[in-house]
Design a protein around this ligand. Structure first.
Ligand code: GLN
Length: 449
């Protein structure tokens, strides 16, 4: 089939389901058709030539609006591509649009989008998770073949889990963050949503690697991730942390993951319980560190440099504060206030510095387990997808991240793959790997699939 025919089918599917699911903030149909015609005419090769995909609307795209689902950037059109956007374009994929998210990636349900909530394709009354909810729903609803998202505290793995698909957060430093709007720079990482593990490995091959434009990207050889996809996992050492199976985690989810662990044992893996003793401190420390970094990063939205500006004010201070009052939604404001407080003189040592120390303890917990084990397996989320409006207070919503946040704090790679259902809703299993060992995670995921 030609690229145009594939795109026709994809556009037809989008027209059919998009009204209900609402994955997209922007659809770039014309651009995609231009590129499809080019693909059909030219002999040039590309790893994803003619394959339609879409990007979370936090990833800058040249000439295409990049809103972060915020009023602040509702009309912002970048004049450059993020490195990851460029890499996919160079392999001749077809960008069909930009995907809805929680405003500036702060949230776990995509209800914090300033525009509209996205729905879970498995049950339209339920959320797709977040913050990369549109990236997950677009793949789950077969609107595109794969998408990219970002994961600061779980925003790829949690929505992948809620939507019953594969979601991978690579090691911090594996993928360039250049051109990706910053939320919490020491935690943010770009990653993949796909229907299966093989597609995930193929896209990882394209997006990983050192980028001179991002000094935190790491200059390590990028393996061919598909070379890890075989089913022989005999002797693989798998740990499951008891703290991740505690109270607060749905019994049916625990049972589904335990069943998966049994299956690994039958395939020849060695499975043992371990302890990550500082797990319970990860969430409170995250909600100091992430808002602190966010408060600094979001200072740039001042009405002068990007996006929205209040033109009515007659002095610069009013312009600045009116713009921020109008432009940011309630969750973003909450984070900025929390972060500013935690960083202010007199409180820095008590909160921010303390949180950094906790972060080190969490890292050490993982390092100790990885001396003896190849991967760690746990549930991805404490519950399956919840109903829109059901988790309306911020603290309840923050609990969604309890099993995913430690991985970001330690900078490790993590992924979520489907491992069962509860009352018709998908359950996700989290696989955590050693730093820069995404290959072993992919191998374990592929063997289970
Ligand atoms: N839900 C978490 C938060 O609101 C994680 C967000 C993310 O990973 N981008 O901060």
């Amino acid at each position: 089939v030609s690229a145009r025919e594939v795109l026709d089918a994809v556009m037809e599917r989008i027209r059919k389901v998009e009204d209900k699911v609402k994955s997209f903030v922007t659809i770039t149909e014309d651009l995609a058709y231009d590129k499809a015609s080019w693909c059909d005419e030219k002999a040039e090769k590309g790893a994803i030539k003619g394959i339609p995909y879409a990007l979370k609307d936090i990833i800058c795209t040249k000439g295409v609006k990049t809103t972060c689902s915020s009023r602040m950037l509702a009309n912002f059109v970048p004049f450059y591509d993020a490195t990851v956007a460029r890499l996919l374009d160079e392999q001749h994929g077809l960008l069909v649009g930009k995907l809805n998210m929680d405003e500036f990636a702060m949230g776990s349900s995509t209800e914090q989008s300033a525009f509209f909530p996205t729905r879970n394709p498995w049950d339209l009354e339920r959320v797709p998770g977040g913050s990369s909810g549109g990236s997950a729903s677009a793949v789950a609803a077969d609107e595109v073949f794969f998408t990219l998202g970002t994961d600061t505290g779980g925003s790829i793995r949690q929505p992948a889990s809620f939507c019953g698909i594969v979601g991978m957060k690579p090691t911090y430093g594996r993928v360039s963050r250049w051109g990706v709007v910053a939320f919490a720079s020491s935690l943010d990482q770009v990653g993949v949503f796909a229907k299966d593990v093989e597609d995930c490995a193929l896209i990882m091959n394209i997006i990983c690697g050192k980028d001179p434009l991002d000094s935190t990207s790491v200059d390590l050889e990028v393996p061919d991730f598909t070379s890890f996809l075989h089913t022989d996992i005999k002797g693989m050492k798998i740990a499951y942390p008891r703290e991740y199976f505690g109270k607060g985690v749905d019994e049916d989810i625990k049972a589904a993951v335990m069943k998966a662990l049994k299956h690994y044992e039958e395939m020849g893996a060695v499975v043992e319980e371990v302890s990550l003793p500082h797990s319970e401190y990860a969430l409170p420390a995250y909600y100091i560190i992430a808002p602190a970094e966010a408060s600094a990063n979001l200072a740039r939205f001042d009405g002068v440099r990007y996006g929205l500006r209040d033109f009515k004010a007659d002095n610069v201070i009013d312009m600045f504060s009116n713009t921020r009052k109008e432009g940011f939604g309630p969750e973003v404001k909450r984070r900025i206030m929390l972060g500013t407080y935690a960083l202010s003189s007199g409180y820095y040592d008590a909160y921010y510095l303390k949180a950094l120390k906790v972060r080190r303890l969490i890292y050490n917990d993982f390092a100790r387990v990885f001396e003896d084990f190849d991967i760690i397996i746990s549930p991805t989320t404490p519950t399956v997808a919840f109903k829109l409006g059901e988790q309306s207070d911020p603290l309840t919503l923050y609990m969604n991240d309890i099993l995913t946040v430690p991985v970001n704090m330690a900078g490790l790679p993590g992924m979520s793959i489907p491992c069962g259902f509860k009352e018709g809703l998908p359950i996700g299993m989290q696989i955590i790997g050693k730093a820069f060992d995404e290959g072993t995670m992919l191998k374990a995921a592929y063997a289970f699939e």
